[in-house]
Design a protein. Structure first.
Lengths: 636, 464
C-alpha cells in the first residue's frame, strides 16, 4: 500500500513549550524541520497556571533567552502583569514572574513559528519511532531514521526530538470520572509509548493536577487582597527594550481557605481518586493538591489561594493553590467556603492528569538517548514539570539534535554555568520519581547563576551555537566592558576624610571614616550601595540600569562570589575528566561492587558526573582517577 | 589551579621513638617557615633541596609561642620528592600525643588532613610511581579508605554521633525553612526570622564548640591502644578500670555480674594512650541482659589491640577461665592477678608455666590497695615500644579529621552570625549553613544529597 513519505533533517514531536523551542532552534539553524502536534490550535498551550517565571524558573527563562530561545520574548509580548519576586532578599534569588494572557501567548508563539523559514507544522499523532539497529558490544543499540504517524505516513529524519508533554496515554481524573484525554480534553497520544517500550525504553507514570477555572463575575474581590504588579516592569528578554513594556497591568487577588474548607475535604477524602488508589502516577510534592495539603499539614489553619486572570479577553480566573481531583460536587462545596468565592461559578473543573514519561537516566547530558542514536527528548516527557523547565530542555535537545545533523560538537551546560545545566544534570544523574521542578536550592553555585547576569554568562554560548546575532552578542560584550571599567574605577577612587563625607555617613547610620577609603569599600558596607553613594562620587558616568545593578552586586558580594568561583574551579577539574559511555566498570578491581554497578547503570560522561551518583564514594572517585590516569581518560 | 597542601603522620604509632609528620603541596614550606625555628632562632633555610635541619617546632609563629618538640626537618623540593610536590618531613619524638600536637600545629598553618592514601595518589598522579603500580595504588586507596570508614564510625561513641545528628537536623531545618521561603515567597514568609535563627544558632554554635573542646580531650573519639578488660564476674575488672581512671567511673559492687554492658574510657600513661573498654564478666549465664553483655564483651575482645585478663587470685580457676583463654588466644594480653590483698589460691608462677597462658606477662595487683599498677603501666609501655602492640595510625588521623570538620563547621556557623549582624539577605545564611551541614555530615559519613529538598517538602507546605 502506498503511504505518504517525506524527508526532513529533524522531526519534533509535540508543540508545547519544549517542542516550540526545539523546532525554532533547529529551523533557525537552517535545518529542514517538521513539528507535529495533535492540535495546531493548542501550540504553546498553558494548560495549568497562567504565568511564566517565578522562583528559579525565572532564571531558566532568562538563560534560555540569553542562548537565543523564544520564551522570554514571547512572554514580553503577552504579559498582563509582572513582578520581581524576592526583591528584599539577595540578588541570587530575585525572580521575575509574569502573568500571561494565555491565548495571546499561544497565538504569538504560533505566529513566530509560522513565520520561521525551514519550519513545517503538521497536525498528526506520531505513533512510532523508526530506527535501524546498529551493532554494539553492550546490548542492543539503534539509530533513529524517522517517525511514523497513526495514518501510516513516514517522515524520514536524521534526528528526532520527542517533546510529548503530558499527552502520552494521558488520563484526566476527578472523583470517579476519568477521561482518556490530554489536558483540556485534547486528544491523547496513545501509541508512541508502545513503540518506545519495544525499543527497550523504560517508562514511568507521573501525575500532576490543576485547579478549577472560575467566572470572574461570580467572585467578590472586596473580600480578597489585591496583588498588583510592580511599578517598574523588567522584561524577561535581554533583547526587549525595557521602555517598551511599561504598560497598564491587571491585578491578581489573594484569599484563604479555612477550617470549613478543610472539613469538607476531610469528609470527602474517601471519594478522592488520589487516596482511593485510583490514581497510580507519582505526583509532585511541590504543588500538592489541596486535599494533599490538608492531609499532610493538618495543623495549618488556612492555605493561600491566589486568584489569577487567564487573559484580557476572558472572564476565566485561575485558583492557584487549590488544585484537586475531588468529585465535582465536592469541588463546588469547598470552593464556596473561601471568602470571595461564596457564589463561585466554575467554568472548568479541577482535575488530575496521569501520563507516561521516561526514566530520564536513559539520557546523556546532551538529552540524546544513550541507546538510540539521534533520538533526543525534552520537557515533561523527561519527567520534569513546568513550562520553563520544558522550554529549556526542548531548546537544548533541539540544539543538540541540530549539532548532530550538522556534524558539530554538542552543547552541554554544566552546573556552574546555568540553572539549565543543573536541571539537566539532575535529570540524567539522579533518581527521579516525581515530576522534577527547578528550585534555587538545587543550584550549588547560585550566587554566580543569577537571573540578572544570564546574558553575561550565556550570550557567548548562544552566539557560538548560531542563535544569537552578532549585534546582540556585541551588545553584551559592550555591557561587560562597561561593568568592568566601572568596578575598576570604584576600586581606584579614594574618598578622603572631610565633613561632607562624614555627614553623609552619619545620615546613613554608617561608621564615620578614620582615614581615606575607596568607593568600592563604601559600596561593600551593608548599609550602603552604589546608588546611594552618587553624591560622594563626583566623576560618576551615566550608566544604564542593568550595568549599575551588576557593578553593585559584584562589589557588594565580592567575598561570597569569589568563594563560589573557587568552588567552581574545583568542580571543573573533575568535570573535565571525560569518561567513555562504553566502559565496563567491573574491569576496575578496587572499585566497590556497588559503585561499579551504579557506574555501569548510569554510564557517566565525566568523573564529575560520576561523583554525583549516589552510592559512589570519594574513594571510588580516587580509584577512577588513578585508573584512568594510567589508561588515559579518552581511550577507555 | 591551586592544589591544596596536605599533611599526615607518615609513621605508624608503634614501636620506634621517632615519628614523622609529612607535609606535601605548594604551601608545605610556608608551613615550616611559620612553625619551625633553628636552635639559634633563625627560620628554616629553604634554599636547597634535600637538606636536614635541626631545631624546634612551635605552636605557632608568635614571639611567645610554646615550644612543642625538638625536631629534624627534611626539605625536599618538587618534583624530587615522593609525591612530586614540595614536601617537608618533621621527624619528632614518636609519642601519640606529641605527633598529634605537631600535626595539629601544621593543620592550623595552611595544610589540611590528607585523605586515606592521598600521598600515594599524588605521587602517582605526578608521575612519581611507575604506571605498573597503578593497581597497587588503587588497592592502597581502597584499603585505607575501608579502614578509615570503619574507624570513623567506631571511634565515635554513640552519644557523640547522636549529638552530631541532632545538630545536623537542626541546621537542616533552618536551611529548609530559608529555602522554602525563597522558592515560594508568597506562601512562606521570613519576617522576624533573623532573630529566631540567631537564638537557635547560638545554641548550635555552643554545642559545636563543646564538641571541639571534647575532641581536644580525646573524649569524643577514642584513640590510642584499644585495650579490653576481660575476666569472670567479680574478678574486679571495674575496680581496676576505676584505679586506672582515678575516678569511680564504673559501678562496683560485691554482686557478681554488675557490669552488664561495656564501658569505654580513655587513659594516658605519659605519652601512651589507652582506650579502655570494661566488659561484663564472662560466664555461662541464663540472665538475658547479662548474656547480651557477655556477647558484647566477646566482640570487644576480638577487636582489641591489647587484652587485660583479670583473674581473682583468691578463687580457683574454672571452666569459665578456659573459655576466656580460648577467646583471647592469638591476641596480645596481660594476665592480671587481682586481689593480692586476699589469701591467694592462684599461683603466678604456675600461670607463667601454664602453656594455655601462652607466655603472656603476669602481674600481681590489688585494685583495693592500688598496688602493682606501676608494673602494669611499665609493662604496657614496654610492649608498645617493643612493637608488640600495634595501634592503628588511621585512628589518630580520623580523630583529627573529625576535629577539622568540627572547626570548619564552627567557622561556617560564625559566618552566618556575622551575616545576620551585617544585615545580609537570608539566602546568604543558607550558603554557610549548608557548609556547616556538610562538614558535620562528613564526620558521621553522611553526604548532603537531596536532604534539603526532601526536608522542604516534608516540613513546609509549598505552592500552587
Amino acid at each position: 500500500m502506498a503511504v505518504l513519505e517525506e524527508y526532513y533533517d529533524i522531526v519534533v514531536v509535540g508543540a508545547g513549550h519544549a517542542g516550540c523551542e526545539a523546532a525554532l532552534a533547529c529551523a533557525r539553524l537552517g535545518l529542514e524541520t517538521i513539528m507535529f502536534t495533535v492540535s495546531v490550535d493548542s501550540i504553546a498551550l498553558m494548560p495549568c497556571n497562567p504565568n511564566i517565571g517565578g522562583s528559579s524558573k525565572g532564571h531558566l527563562v532568562r538563560e534560555l533567552d540569553a542562548l537565543g530561545g523564544e520564551m522570554g520574548k514571547n512572554i514580553d509580548k503577552t504579559f498582563i502583569q509582572s513582578r520581581m519576586l524576592n526583591e528584599s532578599k539577595g540578588p541570587a534569588v530575585h525572580s521575575l514572574r509574569a502573568q500571561a494572557d494565555k491565548q495571546d501567548y499561544s497565538r504569538q508563539m504560533r505566529k513566530t513559528l509560522e513565520n520561521t523559514d525551514h519550519l513545517t507544522i503538521r497536525q498528526a499523532e506520531v505513533s512510532e519511532i523508526v530506527t535501524e539497529e546498529i551493532s554494539s558490544d553492550g546490548g542492543k543499540k539503534y539509530r533513529i531514521s524517522g517517525v511514523k504517524t497513526v495514518s501510516g505516513a513516514v517522515y524520514h529524519a536524521k534526528a528526532v526530538v520527542l517533546a510529548t508533554g503530558t499527552y502520552l496515554k494521558a488520563r484526566c481524573i476527578f472523583g470517579d470520572v476519568s477521561n482518556y484525554t490530554g489536558p483540556n480534553g485534547l486528544q491523547a497520544a496513545n501509541h508512541l509509548t508502545d513503540s518506545l517500550k519495544a525499543h527497550g525504553i523504560e517508562m514511568y507514570r507521573f501525575k500532576t493536577g490543576t485547579p478549577a477555572r472560575v467566572d470572574r463575575r461570580s467572585l467578590d474581590f472586596s473580600k480578597m487582597e489585591e496583588q498588583p504588579g510592580d511599578e517598574y516592569i523588567q522584561p524577561f528578554s535581554f533583547s526587549t527594550d525595557p521602555d517598551s513594556v511599561q504598560k497598564k497591568q491587571v491585578s491578581c487577588w489573594l484569599t484563604y481557605t479555612n477550617e470549613r474548607t478543610h472539613e469538607i475535604i476531610r469528609q470527602n477524602l474517601d471519594r478522592s481518586p488520589l487516596f482511593s488508589g485510583e490514581i497510580e502516577g507519582t505526583g509532585p510534592r511541590y504543588c500538592p493538591s489541596i486535599e494533599d495539603k490538608v492531609v499532610k499539614f493538618p495543623d495549618k489553619e488556612r492555605h493561600q489561594i491566589f486568584v489569577e486572570p487567564e487573559g484580557l479577553y476572558t472572564n476565566e480566573m485561575y485558583l492557584s493553590g487549590m488544585s484537586s481531583s475531588l468529585p465535582e460536587d465536592v469541588q463546588h462545596a469547598m470552593y464556596k467556603t473561601v471568602p470571595g468565592l461564596e457564589h463561585v461559578k466554575i467554568v472548568r473543573n479541577a482535575y488530575a492528569i496521569e501520563y507516561d514519561c521516561i526514566n530520564s537516566l536513559q539520557l546523556a547530558p546532551t538529552l540524546e538517548f544513550k541507546t538510540i542514536e539521534g533520538l533526543f527528548s525534552g520537557g515533561q516527557f523527561n519527567g520534569s514539570s513546568g513550562y520553563e523547565e520544558a522550554a529549556v530542555q526542548g531548546f537544548m535537545a533541539g540544539v543538540n539534535a541540530a549539532m548532530k545533523v550538522l556534524g558539530r560538537e554538542p552543547y552541554v551546560l554544566d552546573r556552574s554555568q546555568a540553572y539549565i545545566g543543573v536541571l539537566i544534570d539532575d535529570l540524567v544523574t539522579k533518581e527521579n520519581h516525581e515530576p522534577y521542578r527547578m528550585m534555587t536550592s538545587r543550584a550549588e553555585y547560585r550566587l554566580l547563576l543569577r537571573q540578572d547576569n544570564a546574558d553575561l554568562r550565556l550570550r557567548a554560548v548562544g552566539h557560538e551555537i548560531g542563535l544569537v546575532s552578532d549585534e546582540e552578542y556585541e551588545k553584551t560584550c559592550e555591557k561587560k566592558r562597561k561593568i568592568e571599567e566601572e568596578i575598576r574605577r570604584l576600586e581606584r577612587t579614594n574618598i578622603g576624610v572631610n565633613p561632607q563625607v562624614q555627614e553623609f555617613l552619619m545620615q546613613h547610620k554608617s561608621t564615620p571614616l578614620k582615614s581615606g577609603i575607596t568607593l568600592a569599600e563604601l559600596v561593600r558596607r551593608p548599609e550602603l550601595d552604589y546608588v546611594m553613594l552618587t553624591e560622594l562620587d563626583e566623576e560618576r558616568p551615566n550608566l544604564a540600569r542593568d550595568i549599575i545593578e551588576q557593578v553593585n552586586i559584584n562589589i557588594k558580594y565580592e567575598g561570597y562570589i569569589r568563594r563560589q568561583e573557587q568552588q567552581v574551579e574545583q568542580f571543573k577539574k573533575l568535570e573535565k575528566k571525560r569518561l567513555s559511555v562504553n566502559f565496563d566498570y567491573c574491569r576496575i578491581k578496587g572499585l566497590r561492587l556497588e559503585a561499579a554497578q551504579k557506574l555501569n547503570l548510569y554510564k557517566p560522561v565525566s568523573i564529575g558526573q560520576a561523583s554525583r551518583i549516589s552510592g559512589v564514594s570519594p574513594a571510588d572517585i580516587s580509584v577512577l582517577l588513578v585508573y584512568f590516569e594510567k589508561y588515559g581518560g579518552n581511550n577507555v | 589551579m591551586k592544589t591544596e597542601t596536605i599533611a599526615a603522620i607518615a609513621t605508624g604509632l608503634t614501636d620506634s621513638g621517632i615519628g614523622i609528620v609529612r607535609i606535601s603541596g605548594p604551601d608545605a614550606f610556608a608551613v615550616i617557615r611559620k612553625i619551625f625555628r633553628k636552635k639559634n632562632g633563625a627560620a628554616a633555610d629553604l634554599s636547597r633541596s634535600h637538606t636536614v635541619q635541626y631545631g624546634y617546632l612551635y605552636e605557632d609563629d608568635k614571639e611567645d609561642s610554646e615550644k612543642l618538640d625538638e625536631v629534624l626537618v627534611v626539605i625536599m623540593k618538587g618534583p624530587h620528592s615522593y609525591t612530586g610536590e614540595d614536601t617537608a618531613e618533621i621527624d619528632c619524638h614518636g609519642g601519640v600525643l606529641m605527633m598529634r600536637k605537631i600535626l595539629e600545629a601544621v593543620l592550623r598553618h595552611g595544610a589540611r588532613a590528607a585523605e586515606p592514601g592521598e600521598f600515594t595518589k599524588r605521587a602517582f598522579l605526578n608521575g612519581r610511581i611507575d604506571l605498573s603500580q597503578a593497581e597497587a595504588v588503587i588497592d592502597v586507596i581502597s584499603a585505607k579508605n575501608d579502614l578509615a570508614l570503619k574507624n570513623s564510625m567506631r571511634q565515635l561513641s554513640g552519644s557523640e554521633s547522636a549529638k552530631i545528628r541532632g545538630l545536623r537536623e537542626k541546621i537542616l531545618y533552618e536551611i529548609a525553612y530559608i529555602e522554602s521561603a525563597l522558592d515560594d515567597p508568597e506562601h512562606i514568609s521570613l519576617d522576624g526570622y533573623r532573630e529566631k535563627l540567631k537564638t537557635g544558632l547560638k545554641e548550635i554554635i555552643a554545642q559545636v564548640k563543646k564538641l571541639i573542646d571534647s575532641a581536644d580531650y580525646g573524649r569524643m573519639v577514642s584513640e590510642g591502644i584499644r585495650t579490653v578488660i576481660v575476666g569472670k564476674p567479680n574478678a574486679g575488672k571495674s575496680s581496676l578500670m576505676n584505679v586506672l581512671l582515678g575516678e569511680d567511673r564504673a559501678i562496683v559492687t560485691e554482686i557478681a555480674g554488675t557490669t552488664r554492658d561495656t564501658l569505654e574510657e580513655q587513659v594516658r600513661f605519659g605519652d601512651i594512650s589507652l582506650q579502655i573498654t570494661d566488659t561484663a564478666g564472662i560466664r555461662d549465664t541464663e540472665d538475658v541482659i547479662e548474656k547480651i553483655g557477655v556477647d558484647r564483651a566477646r566482640n570487644a575482645a576480638s577487636g582489641a589491640d591489647l587484652i587485660i585478663y583479670v583473674i581473682d587470685s583468691s578463687v580457683p580457676l574454672d571452666e569459665n577461665d578456659s573459655e576466656i583463654l580460648d577467646m583471647i588466644s592469638g591476641q596480645k594480653a596481660i594476665i592480671l592477678l587481682n586481689k593480692s590483698d586476699l589469701p591467694a589460691v592462684v599461683d603466678p608462677d604456675r600461670i607463667r608455666a601454664d602453656a594455655r597462658f601462652a607466655g603472656h606477662p603476669v602481674i600481681t595487683v590489688s585494685a583495693r590497695d592500688e598496688s602493682g599498677f606501676d608494673e602494669l603501666k611499665d609493662t604496657i609501655r614496654e610492649m608498645f615500644y617493643r612493637g608488640a602492640i600495634h595501634a592503628n595510625d588511621e585512628v589518630l588521623i580520623t580523630n583529627l579529621r573529625h576535629k577539622e570538620a568540627l572547626v570548619s563547621a564552627h567557622q561556617s556557623l560564625m559566618m552566618v552570625m556575622e551575616s545576620i549582624e551585617n544585615g545580609l539577605p537570608e539566602d546568604f545564611f543558607s550558603i554557610d549553613l549548608t557548609d556547616a551541614y556538610a562538614q558535620l555530615g562528613s564526620i558521621i559519613g553522611e553526604a548532603v544529597e537531596d536532604d534539603v529538598v526532601n526536608e522542604i517538602f516534608s516540613r513546609f507546605c509549598m505552592g500552587k
